[in-house]
Design a protein around this ligand. Structure first.
Ligand code: ZN
Length: 272
C-alpha cells in the first residue's frame, strides 16, 4: 500500500503515505486514473499499475561519476579513471577493468600528488585526477629555453616558455597563462603581456628608472617575481574598472594567478 501511495506522490498526486487505502487514497487513485485516460473506478488493476510504473520522473542530472574504486572494479567509472590517469601521463589501457596495472598507475599518481598511496580511488584522488594535469606531465612547450632566473635574491636556472608578444614565463606558469589567455579570448578579452620574465639586466634598468622617479615601482634586482618567471604585467586599460582587470579578477585564480601588488592592476603572479 505504501508503494502505491509513494508512486501516486511521485506522479504528483497529493496523498499521504500511511499504508492505509482509505477514501483519500481512493480519491487520489481516481484523480490519477482520470489524468491518464483510465477508467476512473478507484480500483488499482494492471492498467493503473502499468501507468503508475511508467516513466518515473528523471532524477536530477547526475554529477560526474566518481565512486570509490579499487582493484576488481569494472565498468564505465573505471574507464573514466583510466582516461584521467592517461591525461596525467600514466600509461594504462582504457578497458574498464581495475587490474594490477591500473592499481600501479593509481599508486604512482597518488605518490606524485602527495596523497596516501593506497591504490584506492576515493574523493581526494578523484579531485586530483579531475584537476588539470600539471605542466610536469606535459611535454615542454615549443620555444622553451633555460635562462638565469632569480628567486629571493638567489640565482636559479629556470626554464621559460613563450606567452605571446615575445614574452616568457616559467614553463609551468606559461602553460597556465596560455590556457587563461585562450579562455579570456573566448570571452572577448585580450591578455597582452607587456612584461614577463626579466633578466637581471632588465630588472636593474627598471629599478634604476624607478629610483630616479621615472618608472613604475620595481623590486630590488634579484627579488622581483618577474625574475623568477612568475609575474606577468598584462595590459589593463581602465585599471581596476577596466574589462581586462575585471575578467582577471573573476577568472585568474582558476589558473593560479593572483594580483599581488596593490596599485598595479596589471601585475599578476603565478602562485601555482
Ligand atoms: Zn610587474
Amino acid at each position: 500500500m505504501k508503494t502505491l501511495q509513494q508512486k501516486l506522490k511521485a506522479k504528483g498526486i497529493n496523498v499521504g503515505v500511511d499504508g492505509q487505502f482509505g477514501p483519500k487514497t481512493k480519491a487520489a487513485v481516481i484523480a490519477f486514473q482520470r489524468a491518464n485516460g483510465l477508467t476512473a473506478d478507484g480500483v488499482v488493476g494492471p492498467k493503473t499499475w502499468a501507468k503508475l510504473n511508467a516513466a518515473a520522473p528523471k532524477p536530477p542530472a547526475a554529477a560526474p561519476s566518481t565512486p570509490t574504486l579499487k582493484q576488481g572494479a569494472k565498468g564505465q567509472s573505471v574507464k573514466n579513471l583510466q582516461t584521467r590517469l592517461r591525461a596525467h601521463g600514466h600509461n594504462v589501457s582504457v578497458d574498464g577493468q581495475f587490474g594490477p596495472a591500473t592499481r600501479n598507475a593509481v599508486l604512482a599518481f597518488q605518490r606524485a600528488k602527495g596523497l596516501g598511496a593506497d591504490g584506492v580511488v576515493g574523493p581526494q584522488t578523484w579531485a586530483k585526477l579531475n584537476a588539470a594535469p600539471s605542466a610536469n606531465n606535459n611535454p615542454t612547450p615549443s620555444g622553451s629555453k633555460k635562462v638565469a632566473g632569480y628567486v629571493n635574491g638567489k640565482a636559479r636556472t629556470i626554464t621559460v616558455s613563450p606567452i605571446g608578444n615575445g614574452k616568457f614565463l616559467r614553463s609551468d606558469a606559461a602553460v597556465k597563462f596560455n590556457a587563461m589567455k585562450a579562455a579570456a579570448a573566448r570571452a572577448g578579452v585580450t591578455l597582452h603581456v607587456n612584461s614577463g620574465f626579466r633578466t637581471m639586466a632588465e630588472q636593474r634598468y627598471l629599478y634604476n628608472l624607478y629610483k630616479a622617479g621615472k618608472g613604475n615601482l620595481a623590486a630590488r634586482p634579484g627579488y622581483s617575481n618577474h625574475q623568477g618567471g612568475l609575474s606577468a604585467d598584462i595590459n589593463a586599460p581602465g585599471g581596476y574598472s577596466g574589462k581586462v582587470y575585471n575578467w582577471l579578477k573573476a577568472n585568474a585564480h582558476k589558473y593560479g594567478f593572483k594580483n599581488d601588488v596593490g596599485g598595479e592592476p596589471w601585475h599578476w603572479t603565478f602562485k601555482g
